[in-house]
Write a protein that binds this ligand. Structure first.
Ligand code: UDP
Ligand code: MG
Length: 327
């Protein structure tokens, strides 16, 4: 039967929590009473995750598919690879660490049924470390101002997307992207609901401070040119002020003669501007680097294999072979 709901879950070194995830996800999905499929994408885990996923596939091959990457390409690439395998009219994403309770999925589906094609979610009470919550709120505000993507809680992956949105996302070849924002671009009628959030059930966050910064750059550069435009505006303003300063200095030179005081002030101003210039060059570099990655057009990720389809019942296969031999 064609699945109506597809659930996509990226997995990276989650051996400690997968059993718990299965124990809650499958009953929650079964309870919906709708044909569904769960697509796990293993993002190059180096622990036992692959074996655990394969075991789960053997247990529930009717509703489980496992995409295995040959390396670590990041959460968002894993989700995109999962999207390509989906068949459902509604596609749900969630994290493997149980921070997004599977019991909330039915709320997303109910909201989709009201005619929306993108249901985001807002964490009622975010269960992450204080510094992450604060930093992420700040980034959320920046994104809200410099892009035209309106998501209340961007870091939350528990979301539902309509088939129309997924089909368009699948046509994109973006190398560095942020799935909730990309999908939002294609949504005709987006909305949000409030959901619960839990502490990570097992293991640790797979994001270092560095990878979080990289991810936020992907979001800002991928969906906005405002940082570049702000720099050209800043440059124009500074050039104008400098021109005024030159005029003032020239006038002073003729009125008062040669002056050479205030060397330290000059240093301070020069160092400040050097900082601004380096920041500007770095910012341009962020865009240029992404353009470079994009034009090289290497495969975004490499799928080693996909576990899918109901494995043939060996008794039946043997019987078939015998009959053919007999003929
Ligand atoms: N993840 C992934 N590849 C990565 C990092 C993370 O597939 O390179 C997965 C991870 O297994 C989890 C989800 O993305 O299912 C969110 O990761 P995590 O919970 O570590 O992030 P956090 O909740 O700390 O933002
Ligand atoms: Mg998490």
């Amino acid at each position: 039967m064609k699945p109506e709901i597809s659930v996509v879950i990226p997995v990276y070194n989650e051996e400690a929590g997968l059993a718990n995830l299965f124990a809650r996800l499958y009953p929650a999905m079964d309870e919906l009473g709708l044909p569904y499929e769960v697509i796990f994408v293993n993002d190059g885990s180096r622990d036992n995750s692959v074996a655990i996923l394969a075991e789960q596939y053997r247990k529930r091959p009717d509703v489980t598919r496992v995409v295995l990457f040959n390396g670590n390409y990041g959460q968002h690439m894993a989700i995109l690879a999962g999207f390509e395998q989906t068949h459902g009219q509604i596609v749900i994403t969630l994290d493997a660490d149980l921070q997004n309770p599977p019991e909330e999925i039915h709320k997303l589906i109910a909201k989709m049924r009201e005619g929306y094609d993108y249901v985001g979610s807002i964490r009622r009470k975010r269960q992450d470390s204080a510094w992450r919550t604060v930093a992420s709120k700040a980034m959320n505000r920046v994104r809200e101002r410099i892009t035209n993507i309106h998501i209340t809680d961007q870091g939350n992956m528990l979301r539902a997307y309509g088939r129309n949105v997924i089909d368009l996302v699948n046509q994109c070849g973006e190398v560095n992207t942020f799935v909730p924002a990309l999908a939002y671009k294609f949504a005709r009628k987006p909305t949000e609901i409030v959901v619960e959030h839990e502490e990570r059930a097992a293991g640790e966050s797979k994001y270092s401070l560095y990878s979080l910064i990289r991810l936020n750059f992907d979001l800002m550069t991928g969906f906005s040119l405002v940082p570049l435009q702000m720099f050209s505006l800043l440059g124009m303003t500074l050039a104008l002020l400098s021109a005024l300063l030159v005029i003032v200095l020239v006038v002073r030179r003729f009125l008062l003669g040669a002056e050479a005081e205030g060397v330290f002030t000059l240093f301070a101003i020069a160092f400040f501007f050097m900082g601004v210039i380096l920041f500007g060059i770095g910012l341009v570099g962020e865009y240029v680097g992404r353009i470079y990655q994009q034009v090289r057009a290497r495969p975004r990720y490499v799928v080693a294999t996909i576990l899918q389809g109901v494995p043939p019942d060996m008794a039946e296969v043997n019987a078939l072979e015998k009959r053919q031999v007999g003929r």
